[in-house]
Structure formats: C-alpha cells, structure tokens
Design a binder for this molecule. Structure first.
Ligand SMILES: [Zn+2]
Ligand SMILES: [Zn+2]
Length: 213
C-alpha cells in the first residue's frame, strides 16, 4: 500500500506537509463503506475559506488535513460503485453528500443529513463538517462516489486545461450560483461599474454568457 502526504493544520498561521495515512474505505466513524473511491489527487485549490482556519479564526483542531477542492483519478473503488471506472478523471464537489436523504433529493446537497452527526452538511478537510479527511494530499477518499463525482469525459482534453477545471470543485459553480441567485441575468450589466474582486470576475462573466443560452 502506498504512503500519503497531506497539508496539515498545526495551529494559528502554521501548516506543514506531513506524512499521513493512506485513505481507507471507511467513514470518519470507522464504518467500512463500499460506495467510496480512492483518488490519486491530480490538482487541488487553496480556498479562501481555508484561510479562516489557517489564520486561527475557527475552532479547527491541530492535525486537521486541509483541502476540499479536489480533482483526481480513480485508483480504487468499492463494490457498490457502479458508474465510475478505475482511471476516470473526476472533479469532486466540496460538499460531501449522500444523494439519498431528503435534503439531497431536494438538491440541497450542502445540508446533507447523512454525512455529519453534529449538524447538516459535510465537507472534506473542514472544521465542524463531519471529520472527512481533506484532499490537499496525494490520495483522498470520496464517499457516495456515484453521486458526488463529476467525470471529466475526455481525459486528454481535460488534462490540457486541468488547472481551469480544478475550479469546478468549488469557486466556479459557487460563484455562478451566487451571481445567478443575486439576480445577475438578462437585465444585468456584463461588466461591473465598480472594481470586482478578481475571484468573482469569472463567475460574473459566466453568468453573463448565460444570457445567450
Ligand atoms: Zn472552497
Ligand atoms: Zn444527503
């Protein structure tokens, strides 16, 4: 079995790449699961929300492996995984969701009722989000893989743009959703009259493109 390395939170303002356990096919409570895959991480982002933990603004515990924006290659799969194959290149949404509970069936996967005993909603590598190990690592486990993973259909083409596609795991759809629900649409200007933080420019442009759809 391979080793693993990940970005570990060590306290206010301090992280370090350390040796960590290779992922197991089990949930954070130690229950063996067969609906999971193990990914070789191809690319991952540092999110703005990681900064809340790294800068000591949360109750994140020392030893937390960070990273909820993961793109990877399937290298192992459980016996209940039906729609993914070894070698598939996949984008991982930052929320962990079961696809089976009432929230998930209503498309509110950010408040899945099954993946965090403490409260609705789970995420990888994030304080109070169910203790799922983060993906700023060489290998990561994704549960409910058939539901959670977006397969990138053309592997070679995807690898040419993999740094762009890595934004699919959080900021692009999150920003898009935020822009649309904020009312950016047919009647909105396609350029902001005021300077927009660079992180929002892509989703705003995308929402403007949606006018042509
Ligand atoms: Zn994020
Ligand atoms: Zn759910």
């Amino acid at each position: 079995m391979s080793g693993n390395r990940g970005v570990v939170y060590l306290g206010n303002g301090k992280v370090e790449i350390q040796k960590i356990d290779y992922p197991k096919m089990q949930d954070p409570r130690g229950r063996k699961i067969e609906h999971a895959v193990i990914l070789r991480v191809v690319s991952t982002n540092i999110c703005g929300s990681d900064q809340h933990m790294v800068r000591g603004r949360t109750t994140a515990q020392t030893g937390l492996v960070l990273g909820h924006e993961i793109t990877g290659e399937v290298i192992e799969k459980g016996s209940d995984v039906e729609n993914l194959q070894i070698g598939d290149l996949v984008s991982v949404p930052f929320n962990v969701a079961c696809g089976r509970c009432r929230s998930c069936k209503e498309m509110h996967t950010g408040v899945c009722l099954s993946v965090n005993p403490a409260r609705p909603g789970g995420a990888y590598g994030y304080v109070d989000m169910g203790d799922w190990t983060g993906g700023q690592a060489e290998y990561a486990m994704v549960p409910y893989a058939d539901f959670n993973l977006l397969k990138l259909p053309d592997r070679d083409r995807a690898m040419e743009k993999i740094r762009d596609l890595t934004c699919l795991s959080d900021i692009l759809p999150t920003g898009y959703h935020g822009a649309v629900t904020a009312g950016v649409g047919r009647a909105a200007r396609c350029t902001s009259p005021v300077p927009v933080r660079s992180v929002w420019r892509l989703p705003l442009r995308l929402a403007c493109w949606a006018r042509r759809w």
